[in-house]
Design a binder for this molecule. Sequence first.
Ligand SMILES: [Zn+2]
Length: 110
Amino acid sequence: MRGVTSLAEEHRNVPFECRGCWHVWEEEYLVRHVDDRHGGESEVWLVAGQRVPPPPHGALCPHCGSQQATTFPDGYLSRHPELIPPIGPVVPDATPLISPVRKRAAHHLT
Ligand SMILES: [Zn+2]
C-alpha cells in the first residue's frame, strides 16, 4: 500500500525576528499533520522537502546568521506591514531599527 492520502498539508509562512539584529523575515514551511497513532496529531515541518525542527528552532537569520530568532504570532505581520522588508533589490540599510510609526512612502502628486 502506497500513498497516504489522508495527510493534511498546509503551507505556512512563518514570520521571524532576529534577536541579534532585529531583522524580520519569513520562511515558508510545509506543515504536514500526521496521526501519531495514539489518538493525537502531530506536525511535521518541512522546508524544500526536508524535515526541519518546528520554528523557531533551526531558523537562521539571513541578515547576520544568528540562530537567536523568535517567531511572531500568526497574522502579526499583516497587522504590522511596516515590519516586512520591501521586496526588491536589497539595499544596505544604515538604520536597521525601523520606527514602527514609519510613514508610508509619500507619493507626491505633482
Ligand atoms: Zn540577525
